[in-house]
Write a protein that binds this ligand. Structure first.
Ligand code: ADP
Ligand code: MG
Length: 614
């Protein structure tokens, strides 16, 4: 029989390798930026179209390449950065595998122009799917420009796998920020679809962090510095009072390379132990300098994880450096999380004290009738004392206790009108553990989780406002001023139109970049809650931005509802309990919160009797 083992053709091998190196447009951005840095560039421009799906171009003023190097650069395992295996243990460049350009050229259409200082004229190469289409002399300033077009054009399956533009753009921004934070001495420009997203002049670390994260962070940066024989640690952590719910802004750099390391992350968390509000995280930007022989960068194809040979020592050095700074800069002792939150937000005015939004319900309100107006929520109409919507609604329902799904046709019941009939029963409900509302029905008992119930009520209300009927807005006499990071501003911009329908009114300051002026807020929100609601909105949307209109509105409504719903632990007057019960059972889906948690549990006579069986 004939031998069957063959070597794969180069373009196939390259495509396979590309699977590891090029996962998404952001991977290309990372590789190209790192090549520019390795080439000693001082000015780098990144141009992206359609979140990298159409174009990713990096222009640098680095060393440039010779005619032969330009051609060689696209061969697999072609690199100028290492010569021998020993060099792997003494790396000073970002790249060293010589795989990136070959992989990128295997899955895209690439146009390279380059020229060195010593060259009279530069060179241009066009490669598509590993195939060199042309190479000819071309005029180009010293440096290199690589344009990567139509990524995955020849692998439809991979192309279809790409996420929405917003998600891919988020990844690109993440990569860009990592490289830009690691190299403050290099100036960067980032243009996306003709908008300039970042213009970062050459600067010190601190200014670079502020330029990327926004002005708000400036006064919250606490410097850290520690130098031992083994390692130098410098950079910044943010004050505990600045801690956020998002975990995004946490950066370690080792010899100017962004890395992830959960062990070292733990060291920072330990240093903050006891200083943070629950569920909040400090931001940090920590730069390590260490002899390359003590690290191994070789364990991960995309190189964000590295190994230290003495991780344990580095852990303690880092932890004590952070602890020391927090103490030295007097951040630790002045913490008082019980004080009014509004005191340390950056609002320009704090005239309202915090209050829990009251549930105000129009009991005649029928969300399924066209005549529904948003004002119905805000105006409390007089209601007949003894009407008992929910009691009637539930009489006769004999469901199992486990089965909280209520498949009753609330919609039709509601519009039939007889639910509102007079019954002689007294309104009965009571609060349990300041968490549940207990009410009796003719068929038994219902236990309602007050927070979840209110969440559902608000959720439906916001969703209606966004999709059908704008909510009322309370105009603020003194606009509130929030300072946000660039990312956060972009996100708010994209949410602006939906947020306005819920009653938020805001403008982006023209004079001061990063400033948002809030002129109006939803009727039921208090000023002191705004910061928290916006913080939560931003952190949630950052985690993954839904693309379609419905998902977006859905998410927005559910985040706002979650944040504005009355909390567990709040005492409710009888009237408030009743308002919640009535509003809940006027909802489209009273049984579950928007994220599918049960809102109430029923105990019918059978269940109760069972409890007494001996
Ligand atoms: P690696 O970076 O691992 O060496 P790449 O495939 O990214 O591999 O690049 C291959 C080679 O092409 C590099 O070693 C470098 O010599 C050259 N090169 C790539 N990009 C540039 C650039 N922007 N400027 C100068 N040389 C470059
Ligand atoms: Mg490279």
């Amino acid at each position: 029989m004939k031998d069957r083992v063959r070597l794969l053709p180069d373009h196939v091998a390259n495509q396979i390798a590309a699977g590891e190196v090029v996962q998404r447009p952001a991977s290309v951005v990372k590789e190209l930026l790192e090549n520019a840095i390795d080439a000693g560039a001082e000015n780098i421009t990144l141009i992206v179209k359609d979140s990298g799906k159409t174009l990713i171009q990096v222009i640098d003023d680095g060393s440039g390449m010779s005619v032969t190097d330009a051609r060689m650069a696209f061969e697999r395992h072609a690199t100028s950065k290492i010569n021998s295996a020993e060099d792997l243990f003494n790396l000073h460049t970002k790249g060293f595998r010589g795989e990136a350009l070959a992989s990128i050229a295997a899955v895209a259409q690439v146009e390279l122009k380059t020229s060195r200082e010593t060259d009279d004229i530069g060179t241009q190469i066009i490669i598509e799917g590993s195939e060199v289409k042309s190479q000819e002399p071309a005029v180009h300033p010293v440096g290199t420009s690589i344009a990567v077009k139509n990524l995955f054009y020849n692998i439809p399956a991979r192309r279809n796998f790409l996420k929405s533009n917003q998600v891919e753009q988020r990844h690109i921004i993440d990569e860009f920020e990592r490289v830009a934070l690691a190299h403050p001495k290099v100036s960067f420009k980032f243009i996306h679809n003709k908008n300039e997203l970042f213009r970062l002049p050459k600067s010190k670390k601190r200014q670079r962090i502020v330029a990327i994260m926004g002005k708000k962070i400036e006064e919250n940066l606490v410097p850290i510095k520690e130098e031992t024989d083994l390692i130098k640690v410098e950079g910044f952590v943010t004050k505990p009072s600045f801690a956020k719910r998002t975990r995004g802004e946490q950066f370690f750099f080792v010899n100017d390379r962004f890395i992830k390391n959960s062990y070292l992350h733990h060291a920072v968390s330990q240093a903050f132990d006891g200083l943070l509000k629950p569920k909040t995280h400090p931001s940090y930007f920590i730069y390590f300098t260490i002899d390359a022989k003590h690290i191994d960068i070789n364990i991960h194809p995309t190189k964000t994880e590295i190994k230290f040979d003495d991780e344990y020592s580095i852990y303690s050095i880092l932890r004590s450096a952070v602890k020391h700074s927090l103490g030295q800069f007097n951040v630790a002792p002045v913490l008082d999380f019980n004080k009014d939150k509004t005191m340390d937000t950056s609002y320009s005015s704090n005239k309202n004290s915090a209050k829990i939004p009251r549930v105000e319900v129009d009991r005649n309100f029928n969300p399924f009738k066209d005549s529904f107006s948003a004002n119905a929520i805000d105006t409390k109409k007089s209601v007949k004392k003894d009407e008992d919507v929910w009691q009637n609604m539930y009489s006769g329902l004999e469901e199992d206790i486990e089965n909280t799904t209520v498949d009753v046709e609330f919609e039709s019941d509601l519009s039939s009108g007889n639910l509102f009939e007079n019954t002689e029963t007294e309104k009965t409900s009571l609060q349990l553990f300041r968490k549940y509302i207990v009410c009796s029905l003719s068929s038994g008992l219902v236990l309602i989780n007050q927070h979840r119930a209110h969440e559902r009520i608000l959720y439906e209300q916001f969703l209606t406002q966004i999709t059908q009927e704008p909510g009322s807005s309370q105009q603020l006499m003194f606009p509130l001023c929030l300072e946000l990071g660039n990312d956060e501003i972009r996100l708010l911009e994209s949410l602006k139109s939906s947020l306005e329908l819920t009653g938020f009114m805001f403008d982006f300051s023209k004079e001061k970049q990063g400033e948002v002026l809030i002129n109006g807020i939803p009727g039921m929100l208090t000023e002191s809650q705004i910061y928290e609601v916006i913080d939560e909105l931003i952190s949630d949307f950052k985690a993954g931005i839904p693309d379609s209109g419905f998902d977006r509105n859905n998410r927005l409504s559910s985040i706002m509802a979650k944040n504005m719903a009355i909390p567990t632990g709040k005492t409710l007057e009888l009237e408030e309990q009743q308002d919640i019960i009535n509003a809940l059972f006027s909802c489209k889906e009273p049984a579950f919160t928007p994220d599918n948690q049960p809102i109430f549990v029923q105990l019918n006579a059978k269940h109760i009797d069972k409890l007494f069986l001996t």
